[in-house]
Design a protein around this ligand. Structure first.
Ligand SMILES: *Cc1c(COP(=O)(O)O)cnc(C)c1O
Length: 317
């Protein structure tokens, strides 16, 4: 892994060390006050032998935005990019053949040793970048997802946009309950009857020539996959509407439309069933929709170097 630290108002140079336990003081800020954020994205090995990272700049920018929102030391964009490229290049042999990939997980934690610092930021931090091989998420075939609608909050409104561990802690209870009660894959959080997102993926309504998804605001994580799908769709002639749908609009849409989740792991995964107030509602015919598959393929082809990278999303390591 690659690792760098921040203290006395400066970042160290990063080092590459064997992945293993870190020595961290039990009074470290992160353990008590959740000063932590992360990123997740993939590096792919192309058929021509090169290794390519998908939308690195965008992920680095989001990491910096998350760090800023948590008042953690913000890594330099160039330094973080260099750190990622260094560790990806050293671990590139671990990447399985496409559509397998090397998953990249930069993580930033507040390490100030002071449990009295509940109401002040961590002025010391560790930044590390892990990688791990991931297989083809869909190797077992694509299965339509089962999603439960909840009108609860996913997390606090103003941190919804931040990729921070606390948001996952907040979504875990409702997600486990939905799994136990309804055999669901995920919960779609719709606080106040407005469609937001699931615990770790964005939500899109799709049909012939049209996509509808929540407009960007601070309550949810602005997925790079979401942005990529919307950009590709607009280029393919879809009308892209970023207008926060209500649950009522969603229920109307899925009578004959499609619904999907987007994220780095899932790419674009079709939803077959929505559980609303304890009742199963079939999305379209309950199978994966043609528009979902077409958009997913368009994205995967760029990630794998099988289609032209018209938006300059893939960078060579
Ligand atoms: C990471 C994440 C996503 C997906 O973002 P991508 O950039 O598309 O991988 C969506 N929602 C939440 C809450 C996330 O943490």
């Amino acid at each position: 892994m690659a690792i760098a630290s921040f203290r006395d108002d400066a970042w160290s140079e990063h080092e590459v060390v064997a992945t293993g336990p870190l020595s961290i003081h039990p009074a470290a800020h992160v353990f008590h006050y959740a000063s932590t954020c992360f990123e997740g994205f993939k590096a792919y090995r192309w058929d021509d032998g090169t290794t390519r990272i998908f939308r690195l700049e965008r992920h680095v920018a989001r990491m910096r935005q998350s760090a800023g929102a948590l008042h953690l030391p913000v890594p330099d964009a160039g330094a973080l990019e260099a750190m990622v490229c260094d560790i990806v290049s050293q671990n590139r042999e671990d990447a399985p053949d496409f559509p397998g990939a090397l998953y990249v997980r930069p993580t930033l934690i507040g390490t100030l040793e002071n449990i009295g610092a509940a109401a002040s930021p961590s002025t010391e931090a560790l930044l590390f970048v892990l990688t791990s091989p991931v297989g083809d998420y869909f190797a077992g075939g694509m299965r339509p997802l089962r999603i439960v609608i909840s009108e609860e909050m996913r997390t606090s409104g103003h941190l919804g946009i931040v990729k921070t561990g606390g948001n996952y802690a907040s979504a875990l209870g409702p997600t486990l309950a939905a799994q136990a009660e309804f055999g669901a894959d995920q919960v779609l959080f719709c606080p106040g009857g407005e469609v937001q997102e699931t615990g770790a993926a964005n939500f899109l309504l799709i049909r012939d020539g049209e996509i509808l998804t929540r407009a960007l605001d601070s309550t949810f994580l602005h997925g790079v996959t979401r942005d990529s799908i919307l950009t590709l769709a607009a280029g393919m002639g879809y009308r892209v509407r970023e207008e926060t749908p209500t649950v009522a609009e969603l229920l109307e849409w899925v009578k004959d439309g499609e619904a999907a989740l987007s994220g780095t792991a899932a790419v674009l995964s079709g939803i077959g069933t929505i559980v609303y107030r304890g009742e199963d509602i079939q999305v379209g015919d309950g199978e994966l929709g043609p528009n979902t598959l077409k958009l997913r393929d368009a994205l995967v082809d760029i990630q794998g170097g099988r289609a032209q990278d018209a938006y300059d999303w893939v960078s060579e390591v």
